[in-house]
Design a protein around this ligand. Structure first.
Ligand SMILES: Cc1cc2nc3c(=O)[nH]c(=O)nc-3n(C[C@H](O)[C@H](O)[C@H](O)COP(=O)(O)OP(=O)(O)OC[C@H]3O[C@@H](n4cnc5c(N)ncnc54)[C@H](O)[C@@H]3O)c2cc1C
Length: 413
C-alpha cells in the first residue's frame, strides 16, 4: 500500500482518489476550496459523450474561427494577451488542426471514451451512486444547420453506432425541436450517450470516499509547493496548514496544475477555454428536450438534468478569467430562446462560467511528469467529466507500477 496525495477536488481528482483506493492505496485529497467541485466541474454541460469526442482542433476550424469572431453571437471570443503561454498554445492548436493529426487525436479520444464508459459502469457498481446524480442515457443528437456540413458528416456516419437523420426524423426523435426557429439540415444521433449532474456526482463520490477507512480529505487547504528530496524527487506537498508527505503525488488541479507543475520545472501546455452555462428550471408547461442535443454550428449543448435544463456553450480565449460577462450571457439567452423557446424558464436561469483546462490537441496528459514521485492527470478540456473515469483508472494503474490499460501514445507529457 502506498500513501498517495491527490491535488484537486474536481471530478478528475475525486475519480483518481477512488481508483487509487480500489487498488489498495491510502489517499489524502487536498483541495483549496472548502467544498469539492467548485472549479470547472461545477455546472458543466453534464454530457457523458463517450462516442462523440470531436476535438476542437479540426481541419475547418481556423477558417470557421474567423467567421465566428465576426459574429457578435458567435461561439468564439479571443482577447490577445502579452502572454507567451497563449501564443504558444495557439500555435500548437493550429498544428493540431491538420486533417491527419485530428484523425489520430479523434481515434485516441474514441478509445478513451469507450474505456471510460466501462470504467464508469464499474465505479457505479462499486460506489452505488444514488438518484441525485440524475444519470440518464437518452442518447445524443447533434443537429446541423448547414446542409453542406451535414452532408459531410452524414457520409461518415457509421450506421448502428451513429444514425444520420433528416430534419423530420430529428423532430420525431426529439419533439422539442419542432419549436426551433431555424430549419435544420439534419442530425446525427448516437444512442446510449448519457447525461448526469457532475456537481452532484462529485459530492456523492466525495461522501463515498469519506466513508473509506484509508481516505482523508483536506478541504480548504491550498497546495503552495511540493516537498522535494535532494535527488529531486517529490515526496509530498506543502500547504499553509502543514506539510503532507506521500509515496506518490497526483496532480489533478485542473487549470491550476499549470502553475503548480511549473514550480518543479514541468511545463504543461494548458490554456483556459472559458465556457458558460445556464441552468433553467423546467416547469409543468415547458417542453424540454429529453435527448441530449448539441447544436453543432452554435456549439451549444442542451441536457435535461433532473428538473432543470442545462445549457452549456462558448469557447472564449480570454485568459484566466472566470467572471460572468453580461454580453456573452445575453447572447447565449438569445440563441437558446430561438432554439428551444418553450423548454424551460430562462428568466430564472442560473448563469455560470468555467475554465476548461485544455491542451492544444484536446487529449488529457496522463502519467509520469518527468519528476520522480509526481504524476499527472490533467488537461481534460471540454470532456473532463466524460474521460475522468478512464483517466483515473489509467493513472491509478501507473502509480501502482502496472502497465497502462490503454496505449499512452498521445496521452503522455
Ligand atoms: C461550460 C463548460 C461545459 C462543459 N461541458 C462538459 C460536458 O458536457 N461533458 C464533459 O465531459 N465535460 C464538460 N466540460 C469539461 C469539464 O467540466 C472539465 O474538463 C472538468 O471539470 C475538469 O475537471 P478537473 O477536476 O480537471 O478540474 P476542476 O473541476 O477545475 O478541479 C480542479 C480542482 O483543483 C483545485 N485546485 C487548484 N489549485 C489547487 C491548489 N494549489 N491546491 C489545492 N487545490 C487546488 C481547484 O480548486 C479545483 O477544485 C465542460 C466545461 C465547461 C467550462
Amino acid at each position: 500500500m502506498k500513501h498517495c496525495v491527490v491535488i484537486g477536488g474536481g471530478v478528475v481528482g475525486l475519480t483518481t482518489a477512488w481508483a487509487l483506493l480500489q487498488r489498495g492505496h491510502a489517499v489524502t485529497l487536498v483541495e483549496q476550496a472548502t467544498d469539492v467541485a467548485q472549479g470547472a466541474s461545477r455546472a458543466n454541460g453534464g454530457q457523458l459523450s463517450y462516442r462523440y469526442v470531436s476535438p476542437l482542433a479540426d481541419a475547418g476550424v481556423p477558417l470557421k474561427a474567423l467567421r465566428w469572431l465576426l459574429d457578435p453571437d458567435g461561439p468564439l471570443r479571443f482577447k490577445p494577451e502579452f502572454d507567451r503561454a497563449q501564443w504558444s498554445w495557439l500555435a500548437a492548436f493550429l498544428r493540431n488542426c491538420r486533417g491527419p493529426v485530428n484523425r489520430r487525436a479523434t481515434e485516441r479520444l474514441l478509445a478513451l471514451g469507450a474505456y471510460s464508459q466501462a470504467a464508469f459502469a464499474r465505479l457505479q457498481q462499486q460506489a452505488q451512486l444514488g438518484e441525485a446524480v440524475a444519470l440518464r442515457a437518452p442518447g445524443k443528437l447533434v443537429v446541423y444547420r448547414q446542409p453542406a456540413e451535414f452532408a459531410r458528416v452524414a457520409a461518415r456516419a457509421q450506421g448502428g453506432a451513429e444514425q444520420a437523420l433528416s430534419h423530420d426524423d430529428c423532430v420525431a426523435l426529439e419533439p422539442a425541436l419542432a419549436d426551433t426557429e431555424a430549419t435544420l439540415a439534419g442530425g446525427i444521433f448516437t444512442p446510449g450517450e448519457a447525461v448526469a449532474d457532475c456537481h452532484a456526482f462529485c459530492r456523492q463520490l466525495h461522501e463515498r470516499l469519506a466513508a473509506h477507512e484509508h481516505f482523508r480529505g483536506r478541504l480548504g487547504a491550498r497546495v503552495d509547493s511540493f516537498l522535494m528530496d535532494r535527488a529531486g524527487a517529490v515526496f509530498g506537498v506543502r500547504t499553509p496548514a502543514g506539510d503532507v508527505t506521500a509515496d506518490a503525488v497526483v496532480l489533478a488541479a485542473g487549470l491550476h496544475s499549470r502553475a503548480l507543475a511549473a514550480t518543479v520545472g514541468v511545463r504543461l501546455p494548458l490554456y483556459p477555454l472559458k465556457g458558460y452555462s445556464l441552468t433553467a428550471p423546467i416547469g409543468p408547461g415547458h417542453r424540454a428536450p429529453e435527448v441530449s442535443v448539441t447544436d453543432f454550428e452554435k456549439k451549444i449543448l442542451y441536457a435535461r438534468i433532473g428538473s432543470d435544463l442545462r445549457v452549456a456553450a462558448m469557447v472564449d480565449l480570454v485568459g484566466d478569467d472566470a467572471s460572468l460577462d453580461a454580453g456573452r450571457l445575453a447572447s447565449l439567452q438569445r440563441s437558446v430562446r430561438a432554439t428551444f423557446p418553450h423548454a424551460a424558464d430562462y428568466d430564472r436561469a442560473t448563469p455560470w462560467a468555467g475554465l476548461r483546462p485544455a491542451t492544444p490537441s484536446g487529449a488529457p496528459i496522463l502519467g509520469a511528469s518527468g519528476v520522480a514521485g509526481l504524476w499527472l492527470n490533467v488537461g481534460h478540456g471540454a470532456l473532463g467529466f466524460t474521460f475522468s473515469f478512464a483517466t483515473a483508472d489509467i493513472v491509478a494503474a501507473l502509480v501502482s507500477g502496472h502497465a497502462s490499460p490503454l496505449p499512452l501514445d498521445g496521452l503522455a507529457l
